[in-house]
Design a protein around this ligand. Structure first.
Ligand code: UDP
Ligand code: MG
Length: 315
């Protein structure tokens, strides 16, 4: 990017994976909002290896709007990494991360910018209601935030997604965190700096389907926990200690019982129960260690987070 390009005040970063139905409407609504803002804007769309016509739609948008930048990744890397790629390529003095599916209302951006102008580095949008989501999803989401708040050392704000504004220094801080397992909400919280919440109502998806199923959400929850706390490792230790203690007490009891009443065979069912119980605990503990070990494995390979196929900067 040459020195003659006018300074960009605000970058809007939009990861998109199979979003062909939504993007034109999204861009229309976003443009209407950006028209109210002062200073130059750019919109960084990241095509995260979409298998539909998303790329063509994005090229079309870029043809008609010089503010559009397009980062085309070499394959699907997942939302967290696509978002990272977009933030890496944002040139603005601040960047707003927003979903393409219109669940994050672009109309909230001026409010985020306002708080940024007041001096906050991270202005995150906090949902007050969740439309179009099942009670089970609401409940699990709620539980997850409660748990993560309890066990991690970083206070991750509840009910907030990735929809937020980051100042330049917050962006630069985030850029230094290159871990493969990217639990973005956690990373945003980790960097610190003055943070501020702005309340909004989360809408249902405008079109298309969510890419999150329960298995993926579970994986995300695991990601959040394992990348922000080693509490499960400690829990495994404590459970092990407790089980060993119980076994010891039980052994005392058996010795006592044998001495007092004698022991004509028997004891087979209790033995099975104990063996299975301890075996189970050991497997759980191993699994927990495995989760961390697996993450260390991917981190030590030190691969780049993503590869860019083509890069089309904004003008
Ligand atoms: N997304 C992406 N890569 C993926 C999955 C999703 O870039 O592998 C984008 C998607 O296009 C959307 C945003 O991430 O802009 C949020 O995705 P989705 O709506 O599926 O998630 P939810 O809103 O249910 O959390
Ligand atoms: Mg969505």
């Amino acid at each position: 990017m040459s020195a003659v390009t006018p300074p960009v005040r605000l970058s809007i970063v939009v990861p998109a994976f199979n979003e062909q139905e939504v993007l034109p409407e999204f861009h229309r609504r976003l443009s209407a909002v950006l028209a109210q803002l002062e200073g130059g804007c750019e919109i960084v769309y990241v095509n995260d290896g979409s298998r539909d016509n998303t790329l063509a739609v994005l090229h079309e948008l870029r043809r008609n709007d010089p503010r559009v930048a397009l980062v085309d990744l070499s394959r699907n890397f997942g939302k967290e990494i696509a978002l990272t790629a977009g933030l890496d390529h944002a040139r603005g003095e601040a960047a707003v991360a927003i979903d393409a599916d219109l669940q994050d209302p672009p109309e909230l951006i001026p409010e985020l910018v306002k708080q940024w102008n007041e001096g906050y580095d991270v202005v995150y949008a906090k949902r007050t209601e969740r439309d179009g989501e099942t009670w089970l999803k609401k409940l699990t989401a709620k539980l997850f935030y409660r748990v993560i708040k309890r066990v991690s050392h970083v206070a991750i704000p509840e009910d907030s997604g990735d929809f937020r504004l980051l100042s330049r220094r917050a962006l630069d801080a985030l850029k230094q965190l290159r871990e493969q397992h990217r639990f973005m909400k956690g990373l945003f919280a980790w960097i610190g700096y003055p943070q501020k919440a702005v309340l909004y109502r989360r809408d249902a998806r405008f079109a298309g389907v969510t890419k999150w199923n329960y298995w993926k959400l579970w994986t995300l929850a695991l990601e959040g926990i394992t990348s922000f706390t080693t509490a499960p490792l400690k829990i495994a230790t404590y459970v092990g200690v407790a089980a060993a203690l119980l076994a010891f007490l039980f052994a005392l009891f058996i010795v006592y019982k044998t001495l007092v009443f004698g022991d004509p065979v028997r004891g087979y069912p209790s033995l099975t129960v104990i063996v299975l119980f301890l075996g189970g605990i050991q497997l759980v503990a191993l699994g927990v260690i495995g989760e961390y070990l697996g993450r260390m494995f991917t981190e030590t390979k030190n691969r780049p987070l993503y590869l860019v196929k083509d890069l089309y900067p904004s003008e």
